[in-house]
Design a protein around this ligand. Structure first.
Ligand code: ZN
Length: 337
């Protein structure tokens, strides 16, 4: 039974740690050997010392546990093909430790766990689709209403779970569509500037891909991708030091500057129908940075950010200017409170 196997991996990690303090615990057995089971009645368990986005305190890296049922994630047949797609499971949570439930993490990848050896391959990837859907329904949609953002999602009759799932897969597709095999990015994504560029690239690639597709779910998925990213991540606690927070603010600047988010007398309209060329142009710029060699990368990334008035650093925070009158500035003062 998967549950027993999974628990035994965690026990092996705890035994390897012995009487040392919790900070010494490394979850190499879980990260290297875990085999998830799929199916409507499957029960999987991940126990390890992990970082929890939005967890109880900054830098929280505690012993956490989550039990979940899982199904295999497949790219929809109408997405353009990508190669090297790594194992990915769509999960529904069954039980969570306190720290995990208080955080706002919606994915669990090996790199979030403390290990003695850096994981070189992605042995598992879990996206908690139930948490993504409830984050949209409980936080993003009410905020969109409060900010008077009108989008076709307000009138869409498509099931929210399906739209959110397609948006997530499109973002993953964006990662795989990059120049570098996804496997090779696992180690480098630990670095903040690289990870921020990688997230921006995935969002813009996903958006450009969805805007090309005639499938009826493509347009709502593109909207949910944007709104979720911006309204959920751009004003996270400590957003200026979090990859997702920085990528989200930057995406907001880009989308406003190319006319995808338009201020009207009634609020803000999401206008994506004629945005393909402008999005593709932004994607090309980010792609150039993403494709630069390891030697050139940092300089190119900094130049790219600075050309937009930004100063990213690996230090404590990223300076994120909020031009007066911009949506970022208006929303910033509302959402930061
Ligand atoms: Zn990503």
């Amino acid at each position: 039974m998967a549950l027993t196997e999974h628990a035994q991996l965690a026990i092996a990690d705890l035994e390897a740690c012995g009487p040392s303090p919790l900070a010494e615990l490394r979850s190499d057995n879980v990260v290297e050997l875990l085999k998830l089971r799929s199916g409507p009645h499957s029960v999987n368990l991940i126990v390890g010392r992990m970082t929890v986005p939005g967890g109880p305190w900054p830098g929280h890296f505690g012993l956490e546990a989550v039990a979940f049922s899982a199904s295999d994630a497949q790219m929809p047949p109408w997405f353009p093909p990508v190669t090297g797609f790594q194992p990915l499971h769509l999960a529904d949570t069954l039980m969570m430790s306190d720290g995990f439930s208080r955080g706002h993490g919606t994915v669990l990848f090996p790199e979030l766990l403390a290990t003695r050896n850096k994981p070189q391959r992605q042995n598992f990837g879990v996206v908690f689709i139930d948490r993504l859907v409830s984050a949209y329904a409980m936080r993003v949609a009410p905020l969109a209403t409060e900010l008077r953002i009108s989008s076709s999602l307000n009138t869409s009759s498509l099931p929210l779970r399906e739209v959110r799932q397609i948006a997530f897969l499109a973002h993953e597709w964006g990662h795989y569509s990059g120049h570098m095999p996804y496997q090779d990015t696992i180690a480098t994504r630990r670095r903040r500037v690289r990870a921020t560029i990688s997230e921006l690239h995935a969002d813009l690639a996903a958006l450009a891909m969805l805007l090309r597709q005639p499938h009826p779910i493509a347009a709502p998925a593109a909207e949910i991708l944007i709104l979720d990213r911006i309204l959920r991540d751009a004003w996270l606690p400590r957003a200026e030091t979090q990859v997702n927070g920085v990528a989200a603010r930057y995406l907001l600047f880009i989308l406003e500057s190319i006319g995808c988010l338009v201020q009207t007398t009634d609020g803000v309209e999401v206008q994506l129908h004629e945005a393909l060329d402008a999005v593709s142009e932004q994607l090309a710029q980010v792609q150039l940075v993403d494709e630069s060699s390891a030697d050139d990368f940092t300089q190119r990334a900094e130049l790219y950010f600075e050309s937009h008035g930004w100063r990213p650093s690996n230090g404590a925070s990223h300076r994120v200017p909020m031009p007066s009158g911009s949506l970022a500035q208006q929303w910033g003062s509302l959402l930061a409170s």
